[in-house]
Ligand binder design. Structure first.
Ligand SMILES: [Zn+2]
Length: 294
């Protein structure tokens, strides 16, 4: 790991902002994830509170409408970029973002007791890859979802890509299909009226969910709950775009990640340490049509 990341990790440890797993800003007890899962189950893993609604809000609403047991877990605490912020203030920010998520997801039909946070530092998930791997493995094992919904490996925000990478690797090992959502990347910005995956990234064909007027309004209402994230509250898009994760060469997956060279180097080292034979990563094909898309 780069000296800069090691230093930040050490500072967060000394200040009590991130001492895995017992003292972490924004970490919830994860008791909701160990609750007995019922019926058809979907686990959503997002990097920050707001990503799940931006990327898949209407899909989650449709799944809930069908009676699917949807659980949501955030990998980071959304504390913001500045690690110098007093830890007490970081706690307040993390609580605020979790409450916003409860409110937004409540609008979409989810109850607060299905939402959890792992509490890794915002913009610093790549410093805790082994810990995040363990947590996500535990989440998948306890929820035993029929499929997982997460960020696309699309070269957008580095926490998004790291979350997607870990979820895809863990899900492949546990033989669970993964559905990726497109959020923003080099070809589509967050404010573009259209959304999609990078034009030359990945072989599987995208699945488009086109919103009804009512769904669009519902999503706009849900996003308004994110008062602390003014840029997320803009919604012009009338569709959500997904794809089933395909079996891919691990090197190709790493190439699809965004981030500074030091972050990519950390990911490469982690990939080599975790995967005995990292090429290829075999994803499970979803059985039949699992998605409520028209
Ligand atoms: Zn995000």
């Amino acid at each position: 790991m780069h000296w800069k990341d090691l230093s930040l990790k050490y500072i967060d440890y000394l200040r009590g902002a991130c001492r895995y797993p017992f003292l972490m800003v924004g970490r919830t007890p994860l008791k909701n994830l160990s609750r007995e899962p019922l019926g058809f189950r979907v686990l959503v893993v997002a990097a920050h509170p707001d990503d799940e609604t931006l990327g898949a809000g209407v899909l989650l609403h449709r799944l809930r409408h069908l009676g699917v047991d949807v659980r949501v877990v955030f990998t980071t605490n959304g504390r913001g970029l500045d690690w110098k912020t007093p830890v007490r203030q970081q706690h307040a920010t993390a609580i605020c973002r979790l409450r916003e998520a409860q409110s937004a997801l409540g609008t979409l039909g989810l109850s607060p007791d299905v939402i959890d946070g792992l509490g890794f530092p915002d913009r610093g998930l790549h410093r805790y890859l082994s810990c995040a791997w363990k947590d996500i493995s535990d989440c998948l094992a306890s929820v035993s979802p029929h499929f997982v919904v997460t960020h696309g490996l699309e070269g957008g925000h580095r926490d998004h890509d790291v979350t997607s990478l870990i979820v895809q690797l863990v899900a492949a090992a546990q033989e669970v299909p993964v559905l990726e959502w497109a959020e923003y990347n080099r070809d589509f910005s967050l404010t573009d009226p259209m959304v999609g995956f990078p034009r030359n990234g990945g072989a599987s064909s995208p699945l488009t969910l086109t919103m009804t007027e009512e769904e669009w309004q519902l999503k706009a209402t849900a996003l308004k709950a994110y008062q602390s994230q003014p840029e997320s509250r803009h919604i012009g898009r009338r569709q959500e775009v997904f794809r089933w994760a395909q079996s891919r060469d691990a090197v190709e997956m790493l190439d699809a990640c965004g981030g500074e060279p030091r972050v990519l180097k950390t990911l490469q080292q982690f990939g080599k340490s975790k995967l005995r034979n990292p090429y290829p990563v075999r994803q499970i094909e979803p059985p039949g049509n699992l998605l409520p898309l028209p």
